[in-house]
Structures are given as structure tokens and as C-alpha cells.
Design a protein around this ligand. Sequence first.
Ligand code: HEC
Ligand code: HEC
Ligand code: HEC
Ligand code: HEC
Ligand code: HEC
Ligand code: HEC
Ligand code: HEC
Ligand code: HEC
Ligand code: HEC
Length: 362
Amino acid sequence: MQQSRQREKASSGRWGARLARLALGWGLLGMATALAQGAIPNATCLACHGQAGFATRLGDGSSLSLYVDARQFAHSVHGGKLACVDCHTDITTAPHPPRPFPNRRAVSLTYYQVCRNCHFEQYTRLLDSIHFTTLSKGNRNAPVCVDCHGAHDIQPPNQPRSLISRTCGKCHGQIEQVYLRSVHGRALVDGNPDVPVCTDCHQAHAIANPLARSWHLNIPQLCARCHANPALMAKYKISTQVLTTYLADFHGMTASLYRKENITPAEFTATCTDCHGVHDITPVTGAGSKVIKANLLKTCQRCHPGATANFPAAWLGHYAPSLRHAPLVYGVKMFYGIFIPFIIGGLILQILLHLWRVVVNR
Ligand code: HEC
Ligand code: HEC
Ligand code: HEC
Ligand code: HEC
Ligand code: HEC
Ligand code: HEC
Ligand code: HEC
Ligand code: HEC
Ligand code: HEC
């Protein structure tokens, strides 16, 4: 199912990319036609809007700055590519009639729609997001394009990569602060390109509800994208057996079953983040680690309230049993590995001998 979902995603991605190219094409075509028709040049708009301090009053009495910094615009991703009227298609004359707005937020919620004309792919993804659901339920603070990217000063959104957590942190500041202290966040700030930022786990546009059960069950695969990658993990000497050992134990088996059968359980089994934390993941041997011996029992007790000091020992951790880790389990396994074939082999031999005696001695 996962595979078919991925395939579906890939093909919708491909179509999305085609549509996006088409949309960009149309946008550029529109631009060319506009130029051919002698559309209003930026300089005309900037004659008024390039004046610092230029402003108007909104319906709620607040002031809206109408100043556009020409240099900032020229240095943005659209600088030298777009004319003002490529986005402000509603303005066809200069000077132009006023368009009254009740408040600042209404300006953004009206004008962000222009991005769709050329970035159809990102726009349709946004429609699938929890942000858009929140917006359509009436929370006008949920972000639209301009809240994350800006309008006249748009820069490449992921350069440097740490810009991404700052963008999300504008509204999710507490989570950003926690994340920046985690093993992943610290490395990001040091310029390490291998660790996950907000969008690696949540995506940028089609952000799903991370508290949904179905999303929760996908967490092992999310972490495994990196933590089961031998080339990547070798650099940090981190074991890549974490996924397979997880899937082989009771929690992992239950999670796989729920996922396969599409079951929504009342009581939830543990996935990676229930033991390691989410935005506050630490090195496993670090002092604040939720999984060092001193804290592990507390971690288990969240779901196993009756657990006592010996309880964590019921679980092998991420180790396959060996002489070093869980020697008893290893020993029992070895014992059965030799003992059972020996017994069965003996039984078969005995029966064969018996038959042979019966046949030969008849
Ligand atoms: C002669 C000066 C002048 C020129 C030229 C001009 N504008 Fe304006 N613009 C204004 C004024 C004044 C307002 C405020 C209108 C109001 O109070 O609602 C404004 C408002 C706006 C707004 C905010 C929406 C609104 O109506 O409040 C946008 C967007 C805008 N202008 C874009 C442009 C673009 C694009 C151009 C070039 C095609 C342009 N303007 C040319 C004077 C000008
Ligand atoms: C990439 C599309 C795009 C281009 C190109 C663009 N604008 Fe805008 N403009 C927007 C959006 C979106 C908003 C709403 C911004 C917000 O909510 O902060 C906006 C808002 C405005 C406003 C209202 C005040 C404000 O800043 O919110 C003015 C005035 C304006 N633009 C003028 C211009 C002028 C002049 C140019 C050309 C130099 C220009 N725009 C080029 C998308 C664009
Ligand atoms: C008229 C078409 C058009 C409109 C409208 C438009 N863009 Fe763009 N956008 C472009 C083009 C062309 C590029 C440059 C693509 C390139 O260089 O590969 C671009 C680049 C970008 C990039 C950089 C992409 C990257 O990979 O680094 C971002 C981010 C972006 N636009 C956001 C927006 C936002 C937000 C809006 C609405 C406020 C908007 N655009 C409106 C045409 C448009
Ligand atoms: C919640 C914040 C947020 C919102 C809302 C948002 N973006 Fe983005 N966008 C980002 C981030 C962060 C990236 C960089 C993602 C990365 O590299 O992982 C990005 C990347 C992009 C890119 C570069 C190509 C790509 O897909 O990575 C374009 C173009 C773009 N956004 C356009 C838009 C448009 C158009 C809208 C509105 C329909 C929009 N974005 C809404 C945060 C946002
Ligand atoms: C302009 C503010 C703003 C920005 C920027 C923003 N968000 Fe949000 N986000 C919200 C609001 C508002 C909600 C609705 C839920 C709430 O009230 O907390 C939300 C909800 C979410 C949720 C679901 C939370 C839940 O409790 O179900 C996730 C996940 C999320 N955002 C991730 C991101 C990521 C990742 C980024 C950066 C790419 C980002 N957000 C940028 C305002 C923002
Ligand atoms: C390593 C993957 C990962 C990274 C990186 C990550 N998240 Fe999350 N995030 C999760 C998981 C998993 C959950 C679900 C938590 C749960 O089940 O309680 C979550 C939950 C959330 C929620 C909703 C629940 C809450 O705690 O309010 C928001 C909002 C959120 N993340 C925003 C962000 C932002 C902003 C960033 C970047 C600063 C970020 N996340 C980075 C994995 C990640
Ligand atoms: C984009 C790749 C990526 C993703 C996704 C990712 N990680 Fe990591 N993780 C890393 C890298 C790289 C390190 C090593 C960072 C360092 O040591 O500087 C790391 C370190 C860790 C460590 C510390 C190991 C130690 O003791 O040194 C833990 C625990 C961890 N990650 C758990 C998780 C969990 C749980 C998830 C899923 C919610 C996850 N990671 C998702 C790349 C990733
Ligand atoms: C998020 C909740 C959660 C956390 C945290 C958690 N467990 Fe569990 N665990 C469960 C649930 C639910 C079951 C029963 C279903 C199953 O087997 O997955 C279970 C089953 C088990 C079982 C199988 C026997 C039994 O009681 O059913 C053992 C042993 C166990 N857990 C050990 C641990 C240990 C050790 C820790 C701490 C390192 C831990 N668990 C942390 C939810 C959790
Ligand atoms: C029941 C709790 C529990 C669950 C569930 C769990 N872990 Fe662990 N994890 C631990 C403990 C305890 C350790 C430290 C001892 C060990 O390695 O067994 C650890 C160690 C690690 C390490 C460090 C390994 C190293 O070589 O230093 C990584 C990385 C890790 N886990 C990732 C994950 C990922 C990814 C998942 C989900 C697929 C996951 N863990 C699920 C408890 C858990």
C-alpha cells in the first residue's frame, strides 16, 4: 500500500511538475503579451510606490504602507523577471482606482491568490494542508504564501537550510526553540546538511496533521529514511538496525499490523518518538536522553503505569541478541537452535531404524 501511495505521489508529482511548468509558461506568456501590449512599466508604479513613507488608511483605521523597495524587489527571485502588473493583474491603469480593504490581513488573504497563476503545484499542495484547513475553518492567522515567503522581497526559501526552521518558527517559536536544542537542530545550525529540518518531517506545503493516527503510524518509516541508510549513518557511527529491531519487537509488530490493516486502536503502541522524543531528541547517551537507563523506566511508565525497575529489561533495545547483549536470550536461542533439530533428527532416525528392523527382520 505504501508503495502504491508513493507511486501515486510520484506520478501526481510528475503531473504537478508538468502543470507547474505549463502554469509558469502561461505566466511568462502572459508577461510577454503584456509587454507586447505595452503594459505599465515598473517605473510608472514606482513613481508613486517607490516613495518612502507612502501609505494609506485601512477600514479599521490602521495604516498600510504602500512603499515598495525597488532595490529589494530587484534582488528578489522575481527581480528582472516579473513586472508589477504580472502579479497585480487587477491594475490596468496608472494612476488606478483605489481598492479599499478592511484590515491588514485582508490585503494578504486577497493578494496571495496571485501566486497560483504561476506556482500552481505549490498552491494545490497548500490546499491539502492543515494550514489551509485551519484557514478555511476561520482562523485567519494560518499562513498563506506571503507569510512564509514575503511578496516583494522573496528569497530562495531554503538557503541556507536553517532559514526553514526560522520561517516556521515565526509562528511555532516554542517548537523551534526546542528543536534547536535537539541533536538534529544543533547539527543544522553547525551547517550539517544530513539532519532533518521541519519540512523533512512535515513537508512545506502539504503539511498533514501530525497528531492523526495514520501519520503517527508512519513515523518509523519517516525516521528510517535516514536511520536505515548505511552510507549516511556510517558517518556518525550510528546503528542502522534501529528499524529492523523495532519492527521485530512487540511494539513494532503491533504498529505494522495496525498500519497494514488500517486499524485505529484505542490504546496506542510505541513508535520511535514515544521513546526518543519528537522535537527534543537527544543523543541516546546524553544526560537529558529519555532512553538512558536512569530515565528509561519513566519513559515506559507513560504507557505501562505499573512498570517496575526490572520492566525495561523485558525489552532488548535495538540489539539483536548476542553474547554481549542479552546473552541469556542469545543462549536460549542458540540452545533451541541446536537442541530442537537434534531431538527431531533423533526421532526421525529412531522411526527409520524401527521401520528398517520391521522390514528386514520380517
Ligand atoms: C499616481 C500614483 C500611483 C501610481 C502611478 C500607482 N499607484 Fe498604486 N496606489 C496609489 C494610491 C494613492 C493608493 C492607495 C489607494 C487607497 O487609498 O486605497 C495605491 C494603492 C495600491 C495598491 C493597494 C491596493 C489599494 O488599492 O489600496 C496596490 C496593490 C497598488 N497600488 C499597485 C500599483 C501598481 C502595480 C501600479 C503600477 C501599475 C501602481 N499601483 C501605480 C497611487 C499610485
Ligand atoms: C510576485 C508577485 C508580485 C509582484 C511582482 C509585485 N507584487 Fe505587489 N503585492 C503582491 C502581494 C502578494 C501583495 C500582498 C502583500 C502582503 O500581504 O503583504 C502585494 C501588495 C502590494 C501593495 C500593497 C501594500 C503592501 O505592501 O502590502 C502595493 C502598493 C504593491 N504590492 C505594489 C507593487 C509594485 C509597485 C510592484 C512592482 C515594483 C509590485 N507590487 C510587484 C504581489 C506582487
Ligand atoms: C507571473 C508568474 C509568477 C507569479 C505570479 C509568481 N511567481 Fe514566483 N516565480 C516565477 C518565476 C518565473 C520564478 C523563477 C523560477 C526560476 O528561476 O526557476 C519564480 C520563483 C519563485 C520562488 C523561488 C523558487 C526557488 O526554487 O528558489 C519562490 C519562492 C516564488 N517564486 C514564490 C512566489 C510567491 C510566494 C508568489 C506570490 C506572491 C509568486 N512566486 C508569484 C513566476 C511567478
Ligand atoms: C508554511 C510556510 C509556507 C507556505 C504557506 C508556503 N510556502 Fe512555499 N515553501 C516554504 C518552504 C519552507 C520552502 C522550502 C522547502 C524545502 O526546501 O524543503 C518552500 C518552497 C517553495 C518553492 C520552491 C519550490 C518547492 O516547491 O520547494 C516555491 C515556488 C514556493 N514555495 C511557492 C509557494 C507558494 C506559491 C505558496 C502559496 C500557494 C507557498 N509557497 C506557501 C514555506 C511555505
Ligand atoms: C503565519 C504563521 C505560521 C507559520 C509561518 C507556520 N505555521 Fe504552522 N500553523 C499555524 C497555525 C495558526 C496553525 C493552526 C493550529 C494552531 O493553532 O496551532 C498551524 C498548524 C500547524 C501544524 C499542525 C499542528 C496541530 O496541532 O495539529 C503543523 C504540523 C505546522 N503548523 C507546521 C508548520 C511548519 C512545518 C511550518 C514551516 C514550513 C509552519 N507550520 C509555519 C501558523 C503558522
Ligand atoms: C524528526 C522529525 C521532525 C522534525 C525535524 C520536526 N518535527 Fe514537528 N513533529 C514531528 C512528529 C513526529 C510530530 C507528532 C508529535 C506527536 O505525536 O506528539 C510533530 C508535531 C508537530 C506539531 C504539532 C504538535 C505540537 O507539538 O504542537 C507542530 C506544530 C510541529 N511538529 C512543528 C514543527 C516545526 C515548526 C519544526 C521545525 C522547527 C518541526 N516540527 C520539526 C516530527 C518532526
Ligand atoms: C534527514 C535525515 C534524518 C531523519 C529524517 C531523522 N534523523 Fe535522526 N539523525 C540524523 C543524523 C544525520 C544524526 C546525527 C547527528 C549528529 O550526530 O550530529 C541523527 C541523530 C539522531 C539520534 C542520536 C543518535 C546518537 O545517540 O548519537 C537519534 C536518537 C535520532 N537521530 C532519532 C531520530 C528519530 C526518532 C527520527 C524520526 C522521528 C529521526 N531521527 C529522523 C538524521 C535524521
Ligand atoms: C506510547 C506508549 C508506550 C510506550 C512509551 C511503551 N510501550 Fe510497551 N506497549 C504499549 C502497548 C499499547 C502495548 C500492547 C500492544 C503491543 O504489544 O504493542 C505494549 C506492549 C509491551 C510489551 C509486551 C507485553 C505486554 O505488556 O503487553 C512489553 C514487554 C513492553 N511493551 C515493554 C515496553 C518497554 C520496556 C518500554 C520502555 C522502554 C515501553 N514498552 C514503552 C505501549 C507503550
Ligand atoms: C521502546 C522504546 C524505543 C523505541 C520504540 C525506539 N527506540 Fe531507539 N533507542 C531506545 C533505547 C533504550 C536506545 C539505547 C539503547 C539501544 O541502542 O538499544 C535507543 C537507541 C537508538 C539510537 C542510537 C543507536 C546508536 O547506534 O547509537 C537511534 C538512532 C534510535 N534508537 C532510533 C530509533 C528509531 C528510528 C526508532 C523507530 C524505528 C526507535 N529508535 C524506536 C529506545 C527505543
